[in-house]
Design a binder for this molecule. Structure first.
Ligand code: FES
Length: 210
């Protein structure tokens, strides 16, 4: 298994995040390409030139993320299959918000197939605390901004936290559920994932049913 260091901060990596130097915190997230393809590529670079399947595997490999350093309310981003994936640690206050605006959402019960079955719930997650989403707007593919701590109320009255896509004004709550009267047709995608333990999540595959 190879270790791939990813600087994953809310602000530094991200067109998503408004500048807020007082809150900026840097967090290095150690991710791993499961299966060791990356390690081979790093140690013996020429292998990729004669073994194209190794690159193909890396492009589709699961990604292991250490979530132990994510602070309450913080969003980090990792790359999975060339897509940005957000991991957000939601506070009890953020979770409480989710039940208060469901009448303003297009698909509050996640009936469209935008998530694994395990995430077809109000929180759209395996563990309430952690929201994991593909950070790509379901309209035309921009990357929405994470607005928090009351900043989202300028976009949706009475909702302190959420995601706003400035390209054409789509709005999503802290479960990635899309609000009504915006161009995005669907909730944000929840990728397949599983927790290995309290500090580690693998993005790209689900635990097998027992
Ligand atoms: S791409 Fe997000 S609103 Fe159009």
């Amino acid at each position: 298994m190879s270790n791939v260091s990813v600087d994953a901060t809310e602000s530094a990596h991200n067109e998503n995040q408004p500048e807020n130097n007082t809150r900026r915190r840097f967090l290095t997230v150690a991710t791993s390409v499961v299966g060791g393809v990356g390690a081979v590529g790093a140690a013996v670079p020429f292998i990729a030139s004669w073994n194209p399947s190794a690159r193909a595997k890396a492009a589709g490999a699961d990604v292991e993320v250490d979530i132990s350093g994510i602070e309450p309310g913080q969003l980090i981003r990792v790359m999975w299959r060339s897509k940005p994936v957000w991991v957000v640690r939601r506070t009890p206050e953020i979770l409480e918000q989710l039940g208060k605006h469901e009448g303003e959402l297009k698909d509050p019960n996640s009936e469209a197939e935008q998530q694994p079955v395990f995430a077809q719930n109000r929180f759209r997650s395996l563990k309430d605390e952690y929201l994991i989403l593909v950070g790509i707007c379901t309209h035309l593919g921009c990357s929405p901004q994470h607005l928090k701590g009351g900043a989202f109320e300028e976009i949706v009255e009475g909702v302190p936290d959420g995601f706003f896509c400035p390209c054409h004004g789509s709005k999503f709550d802290m479960a990635g559920r899309v609000f009504q009267n915006v161009p995005a047709p669907l909730n944000l995608v929840v990728p397949p994932y599983q927790f290995v333990d309290d500090a580690t999540v693998i993005i790209g595959s689900e635990a097998e049913a027992v």
